[in-house]
Design a protein around this ligand. Structure first.
Ligand code: UDX
Length: 470
């Protein structure tokens, strides 16, 4: 018989997971305490932007394989297995994760359970949470009913969530019994048959796997942004540097794009939560490491604002700035902890008249930063601009034509906040081009001593003609 599965929490993670389980052929009930969310999803509407998800939700709600409810008792009666996918945001007073929703689900579900089950955590939690959750659950179960807690973290990226869920690159099953492992193997049979590696671990390792993966990615980005700072001081080029590092198979080129840094609903909160947990576990130097990662990341945003001011002669007062991108990354309408919006706000505070354009995130951005001016078309942002800042590397923004853009602006100055633009094309079109970690540096432009070679070295041309200097 097909497994019946409840997915509790239908935010970004839960809605995707529920729809993908339905796609795999399971009968799925999504549960959320927000009646508005349940109502929208029940009508086949996804309340956020994620490529491919609308089709899955619409198709499977229409067929009845995917339903939604606000009622945990209904979930308890319906499902053989329960996934917990609720949010674990940063605490309002502090940096640790707020686990209220996770424990509320366990406490709310347990008394309704009538048959033994596995409760599988997917939310990102501090290591040690699963064991506590099991105790919470056990304390509230009806007599004779058993519930095992397992942990099965997800590694999905926004913008690729459906693909990452249906075709994960690895599976982690944190379990305390062979029975729970079998349940997880049944749920993920399709991926396992395709050869997806499965890591069967204890609960703590499974919880930590997710947090550690995100901390590593964040550290990788901050490392290259640290090298961008060094490059700016030493006159090196961080993009060329990243290419060199990336050719080392042990390092790899991905996540070495320097710029205004990482944001979103995961990496920033996860490194802060891990820092807080490290301190609780008596490891202050690990906390210090992660705090440095956070500091370097936030500093990149301020460095971008400083560079913008330098490009405008040191003063942004009254300058019109076209800020391209508001989402924390391309192909997303998510503006949580968005570096782009942070930079926009910093420029505005320095007196700039900032016009923000984003292909998908303007509405969300307006809700969190209503003081900024949003425009519906990129041309409206560029019109009469004294400075253009690429803040989110949407493909259509990276592909902007420098000639056409140049005809719209007042001054051809562009700050590539993502190190994604074709510098040669922009400078050839007469733009002053700057980027973090690619300073027009003294050693790059100073005369170079002739190399002791048989033919004299050609006189080095300035590498970036037309660059403004800070
Ligand atoms: C991340 C993890 O990648 C994913 O595995 C996890 O499950 C959730 O958190 P996501 O938040 O969707 O996913 O975004 P990701 O693609 O990782 O990008 C995070 C941020 O880092 C973005 O702001 C992006 O612009 C920035 N970034 C990424 C860089 O600044 N440089 C890079 O080289 C890569």
């Amino acid at each position: 018989m097909t497994l019946r599965i409840s997915v509790i929490g239908t935010g970004y993670l839960g809605a995707t997971h529920a729809a993908c389980l339905a796609e795999l052929g399971f009968d799925v009930l999504g549960v959320d305490r927000s009646a508005a969310k349940v109502d929208a999803l029940s009508r086949g509407l996804v309340p956020f932007h994620e490529p491919g998800l609308d089709e899955l939700v619409a198709g499977h709600t229409a067929s009845g394989r995917l339903r939604f409810t606000t009622d945990l008792a209904e979930a308890a009666a319906f499902a053989d297995v329960h996934f917990i996918c609720v949010g674990t945001p940063q605490q309002s007073q502090g940096t640790a994760a707020d686990l209220t929703a996770v424990f509320d689900v366990a406490a709310g579900l347990a008394p309704h359970l009538r048959h033994s089950t596995v409760v599988i955590g997917k939310s990102t939690v501090p290591v040690g949470t699963a064991a506590e959750l099991a105790a919470t659950l056990r304390a509230r179960l009806p007599l004779g009913v058993e519930a095992e807690v397992a942990w099965n973290p997800e590694f999905l990226r926004e913008g690729h969530a459906v693909q990452d869920t249906l075709r994960p690159d690895r599976l982690v099953f944190g379990v305390t019994s062979p029975g729970a492992e079998l349940v997880l193997r049944e749920i993920y049979a399709a991926a396992i048959e395709r050869g997806t590696p499965v890591h069967v671990t204890d609960l703590a390792t499974a919880e930590l796997a997710k947090v550690a993966a995100n901390a590593f990615l964040a550290t990788k980005i901050s490392f290259i942004n640290a090298m961008a700072e060094i490059s700016d001081r030493a006159g090196a080029d961080v993009v060329a540097l990243a290419d060199v590092l990336g050719d080392d198979a042990r390092i790899g080129r991905r996540f070495l794009d320097a710029g205004i840094g990482f944001g979103g609903g995961c990496l920033p909160k996860d490194i802060r939560a891990l820092a807080a947990r490290a301190a609780e576990l008596g490891a202050p130097s690990i906390r210090a490491l992660l705090e440095d990662v956070d500091d370097i990341n936030l500093r990149a945003r301020d460095r971008a604002a400083d560079l913008a001011a330098a490009m405008c002669g040191g003063d942004l007062d009254g300058r019109r700035v076209a800020l391209l991108g508001a989402a924390f990354k391309p192909l997303s309408d998510d503006v949580r902890d968005s570096p782009a919006l942070h930079v926009a706000a910093a420029l505005r505070r320095r007196g700039a008249d900032v016009r923000v354009f984003d292909p998908a995130a303007a509405n969300n951005a307006r809700a969190v930063a209503p003081e900024l001016t949003y425009v519906a078309h990129v041309d409206a942002a560029l019109h009469d601009a004294d400075l253009v800042v690429l803040a989110t590397d949407w493909p259509e923004l990276v592909a902007l034509d420098p000639g056409r853009a140049g005809a719209l602006v007042r001054s051809r100055r562009i700050l590539d906040g993502r190190n994604k633009l074709d510098e040669e094309a922009w400078t050839a079109a007469g733009w002053a081009f700057r980027a973090l970690g690619r300073a027009a540096a003294p050693v790059a432009t100073a005369p170079v001593a002739p190399a002791p070679a048989p033919t004299p070295a050609p006189t080095p041309a300035p590498r970036r003609p037309g660059r403004l200097r800070s």
